[in-house]
Design a protein around this ligand. Structure first.
Ligand code: 3HC
Ligand code: NAI
Length: 699
């Protein structure tokens, strides 16, 4: 397929790149651009050239799909050098997004013109790599060292106007990009080329102290990531070295990143996120229902946050509570959240009022009659949920979608109390619901395809990553979490102290250790849930020590003490002597001889528990793909993106190895929980992987 073509427009060559969907720099584009430059150099009738793209965007980067195969010449580094070395002026005409290798092509052009809606960026760091075709050397030269560091380390998209102010663009127009770029090219024929690589940086300004300070400023955000430090080293090279040597340093650092497992993991995440909306049984052709007004039942921790998601996209929301004071409290929390955002300068006072204006509070179910989607977020009790859905069935208009935000309960049972189970599904948001990106979309036995399709689309509209799950206790995420939490709790009773368990998991890359999470969530809810539970086997006694902690009056962060101590007004956990004494006593009671475990052992235990349950969930068809499970864990449970999620992590270790370790644990702990998932056994015996399994799935 021809992906690069040339038109001669009045002595200006217009080079078109046409490689849908995003004009990625596949081999044919690289080869096409190289050929085009040769033609332009040789053709005496051509004075200058414009590189522009067909379709929705300028070149959005290297072709990530080619990363898995051996590189094929011409390499991008060669192509950009050829462009920069041209003797005739080359102008990039940018619309959509010029990203990664796409921006590197634009930077190798001598001038850049963009439409005002365009954005530029170097997002390679998000894929675990760094701009590897001169971006780390040319961007600081043209946009300034501070701006380049900001762009390269954050990977963020930069609006055309800002890029213009940085000097990275030469002209920005509202429309008429093609004509403007051609005109611009004509205007620089006389002036000639201006090579980014030849621009100088005032090196004295950027000494060691400058870079050390920058490193310190990003340390918290980039904890555990491999690529950011390599990006900084490249920018340091740009400051200190001539272009050629800087490019060599960039190449070395790029290779280090490229061969690091983190880049595979982050590329996996990139594609996994784009897979989630592919759901068997639904397609572009599946009809969608029109959602214009949303009803929320329950204005507690979850209801208010869920409602904000819809108000944020301008959708009116009716919020129903049982009592006036609960309603007012709920609306008050919503207002406070918006005002906090406004105080950070991210919303204006008018916008706060506009959003609050979209809320209607009520205690009367009849007021939900005009809602197209109603989400229930009341107490986690089946009886109450059933009452709510029975009432909803009476008032909701035909075709309205009825959703439950339940964390664990059976959606089929909830749907069964209505006369319209096809309209019912689970929409499981995560706390805080206005912030957390994850939404589990729970497809019940009778959920209609158009209901599911509508909610998959809606998730995107409200900025969530929606993952479809089947019905089971806890769906994908919480079902896995309970296995992990149990094993972490057992690690404590068998010999490690909470802060040791937390440190192991934090150092592995989790946003927080499991004990800190428990304190934050509050220990009392789990305690209440466990009352009356059969404590016959060892595993169900894993939480005995936590129950003792609760009984001693320590319910978590909200009471100023839980598994940890907290100084007044502080959220920083401190190991508690009292709790450690309880733990030792409880170990004794269970006849356990406490033995210390290494961080690696703790991590392995937690990860194997997650992977085994994930494999069960996958084998039972609760999750569509292993990569969907990864997306759940990354977006809902603080799993480190650079490890790709628990299932990708399993692939990195090797499914066979994981399987044999789980068998060892089954023997060592003698517990039913460690029975390997049938799918894990199957993949291990076939020498296969979760990635292979995913490839076999339709959808
Ligand atoms: N390579 C291959 N495929 C790509 C791609 C890329 N760089 N970028 C996007 N795609 C594919 C997506 O996988 C998707 O395919 P699908 O339809 O089969 O799922 C399709 O293009 C459309 O992508 P989106 O659904 O993401 O479309 P949006 O319109 O929402 O977003 C975008 C468009 C902003 C360009 C977004 O796709 C994006 O951010 N892409 C990645 C950009 C990037 O990271 N570039 C740097 C690459 S690394 C590099 O250049 C190295 C160099 O320095 C040497
Ligand atoms: P919450 O206790 O903070 O809020 C529940 C609200 O529902 C209260 O304001 C209560 O007045 C109201 N309510 C109770 N019965 C009602 C009824 N019959 N009609 C109208 N309103 C009624 O509870 P929370 O934490 O918001 O949880 C709600 C649901 O969301 C539960 O199913 C829970 O499992 C689920 N969930 C909770 C998460 C969390 O982290 N808190 C995370 C994800 C889901």
């Amino acid at each position: 397929m021809t992906t690069v073509s040339i038109e001669n427009r009045d002595n200006i060559a217009l080079v078109w790149v046409d490689n849908p969907p995003v004009n990625a720099l596949s081999h044919s584009v690289r080869a096409g651009l190289k050929d085009a430059m040769r033609v332009i150099a040789e053709d005496d009738t051509i004075d200058a050239a414009v590189i522009a793209c067909r379709g929705r965007t300028f070149i959005a980067g290297a072709d990530i799909r080619e990363f898995g195969s051996p590189p094929k010449a011409p390499h991008l580094t060669e192509v950009v050098q050829i462009i920069e070395d041209m003797e005739k002026p080359i102008v990039a005409a940018i619309h959509g997004t010029a990203l990664g290798g796409g921006l590197e092509v634009a930077l190798s052009c001598h001038y850049r013109v963009a439409v005002s809606s365009a954005k530029i960026g170097l997002p390679e760091v998000k894929l675990g790599i760094l701009p590897g075709a001169g971006g780390t050397q040319r961007f600081p030269r043209i946009a300034g060292v501070e701006n380049a560091l900001d762009a390269i380390i954050s990977g963020r998209h930069i609006k055309a106007k800002q890029a213009l102010s940085w000097g990275a663009l030469d002209q920005v127009v509202d429309d008429g990009l093609e004509a403007t770029a051609l005109e611009f090219a004509k205007s620089v024929v006389e002036k000639g080329v201006r090579r980014t690589g030849e621009m100088a940086i005032d090196g004295d300004k950027y000494d060691q102290a400058f870079f050390d300070e920058f490193r310190a400023s990003i340390a918290r955000k980039t904890r555990g990531y491999f690529a950011p430090e390599r990006c900084i080293r490249c920018v340091e090279a740009a400051v200190k070295l001539p272009l050629k040597e800087g490019l060599d340093a960039e190449r070395r650092n790029f290779q280090e990143c490229f061969t690091n497992p983190q880049s595979r993991a982050l590329q996996h995440v990139f594609f996994a996120e784009r897979q989630v909306s592919r759901v068997p049984g639904i397609s572009k052709e599946t009809p969608r229902r029109n959602i214009k007004r949303v009803g929320i039942i329950g204005a507690g921790t979850m209801g208010g946050g869920i409602a904000m998601n819809f108000a944020n996209i301008g959708m009116p929301v009716t919020l129903l509570e049982v009592k006036q004071d609960a309603l007012e409290r709920g609306l008050g929390v919503v207002r406070k959240n918006y005002e906090r955002t406004a105080s950070k300068g991210r919303l204006t006072a008018e916008q706060v009022e506009e959003r609050m204006g979209l809320f209607t509070g009520t205690m009367d179910y009849a007021d939900l009659a005009d809602c197209d989607l109603i989400i229930e977020a009341v107490f986690e009790t089946m009886d109450i949920k059933k009452k709510v859905f029975t009432a909803l069935d009476e008032v909701a208009k035909p075709g309205a979608i009825l959703a439950s935000n339940t964390s664990y309960l059976d959606i089929d049972d909830i749907a069964a109390v209505t006369r319209r189970p096809a309209d019912v599904l689970g929409l499981h948001f995560f706390s805080p619901a206005n912030v957390m990106r994850l939404l589990e979309i729970v497809r019940a036995d009778n959920t209609a395809d158009d209901v599911l399709a509508t909610c998959v689309d809606l998730a995107k509209k409200i900025g969530k990553v929606g993952v479809v799950s089947g019905v089971c206790h806890g769906f994908i995420g919480n079902r896995m979490l309970s296995q992990y939490a149990r094993e972490m709790s057992l690690s404590v009773i068998e010999g490690s102290m909470p802060h040791e368990v937390d440190k192991a998991m934090f150092d592995f890359g989790m946003a927080m250790g499991p004990m800190t999470v428990s304190d934050m969530a509050g220990l009392d809810i789990g305690y209440l849930n466990r009352q009356g539970m059969d404590r016959a086997d060892y595993e169900t006694r894993a939480t005995d020590w936590i129950d003792r902690v609760v009984e001693s009056g320590r319910k978590g962060l909200k009471t100023g003490a839980g598994i940890y101590d907290y100084d007044e007004g502080s959220r920083t956990p401190k190991p508690s002597e009292d709790v450690m004494a309880i733990i030792v006593e409880e170990s004794e009671k269970l006849g356990i001889e406490r033995t210390s475990q290494t961080s690696e052992e703790i991590v392995e235990r937690g990860m194997l528990a997650l992977i085994n349950e994930g494999a069960k969930i996958l084998g039972e068809g609760i999750a569509i793909r292993a990569s969907d499970i990864d997306i759940v864990y990354l977006n809902g449970y603080g799993f480190p993106p650079y490890r790709g999620g628990p299932m990708h992590y399993a692939d990195q270790i090797g499914v066979k190895e994981v399987y044999s370790k789980i068998l060892e644990n089954a023997e060592k702990f003698g517990s039913r929980w460690w029975q390997p998932a049938p799918l894990l056994k199957e993949l291990a015996e076939a020498g296969s992987s979760f990635a292979d399994y995913d490839k076999r799935q339709v959808g």
